[in-house]
Ligand binder design. Structure first.
Ligand code: ATP
Ligand code: MG
Length: 232
């Protein structure tokens, strides 16, 4: 059994049917990317896994435990963390307060020092409030807040979006380090080069349907697949 097994997942916003029988699996220690055009349903998929959006049908099994239909705090307790596109850090709290608060209810947690080793910049900025952080620092903090709970799987929604190339490289190194340490990751990214460099396996979603699954290495050799589904 895979660490994460998703089958027949359907999600709606009101009357709009967004996800159609989405199926995915993620092995322990694997980095899996979900690619797709704007509006394809990538964020909705991650939110449906996390219980931020309640799927209308289907199954989400993490480490043998059925999570579909549960609220996001229960999903978090079961070992999943979602780093939202919009980062959602507490602007009025400083870096360290944000980290401590995120870890409060976690059964296992990383020591603060381990987060600071991964992101030395956060240690330098530990006393700065959320509002005073750059975009890159906010993203580091958002990822740090997820990791401090020692999740079985972390879902990253466009972690590199809108950041300067030097910051993207910095964050990519951190992701690589995490993956090498065995962290299981689901990555949604528009940055194709970064995705193919980090991911072992890739799914492509189109209009709420999974239309391709394969290794990142195969995808690099098959530009026609990217052209067909992503228009790149
Ligand atoms: N809260 C919402 N209410 C209604 N429709 C929504 C809502 N959020 C997203 N949608 C619609 O659901 C579809 C999938 O959106 P989603 O955000 O999952 O796409 P995405 O692949 O993450 O796109 P992007 O690359 O722009 O982030 C889109 O048609 C979008 O307009
Ligand atoms: Mg999105």
């Amino acid at each position: 059994m895979s660490l994460l097994e998703v089958n027949g997942l359907n999600s709606h916003y009101g009357d709009s049917h967004i996800l159609f029988d989405v199926g995915l699996r993620v092995e322990k220690n694997e980095v899996v990317a979900l690619l797709g055009r704007n509006g394809a349903g990538k964020s909705t998929t991650l939110k449906s896994l996390m219980g931020v959006v309640t799927p209308t049908s289907g199954s989400v099994v993490l480490d043998g435990v059925e999570l579909a239909g549960r609220k996001s705090h229960a999903v978090a307790r079961a070992g999943m963390q979602l780093v939202h596109e919009e980062r959602r850090i507490f602007a009025s709290l400083n870096v360290e307060e944000n980290l401590v608060l995120a870890g409060l209810t976690a059964p296992n947690k990383w020591p603060l020092e381990r987060i600071y080793e991964m992101f030395p910049r956060l240690k330098e900025r530990r006393g700065s409030r959320g509002t005073d952080l750059s975009g890159g620092e906010q993203q580091m903090l958002a990822i740090g807040r997820a990791l401090i709970r020692d999740p079985k799987i972390v879902l990253l929604d466009e972690p590199f979006e809108g950041l300067a190339p030097v910051i993207v490289r910095n964050l990519m190194d951190a992701c690589r380090e995490l993956a090498a340490a065995g962290q299981t990751i689901v990555l949604v990214e528009q940055n194709l080069a970064a995705t193919l460099a980090l991911a072992h396996r890739v799914y492509i979603i189109n209009n709420g349907h999974i239309v391709h699954e394969g290794s990142a290495a195969d995808l690099k050799r098959s530009p026609e697949i990217l052209q067909r589904h992503l228009g790149v």
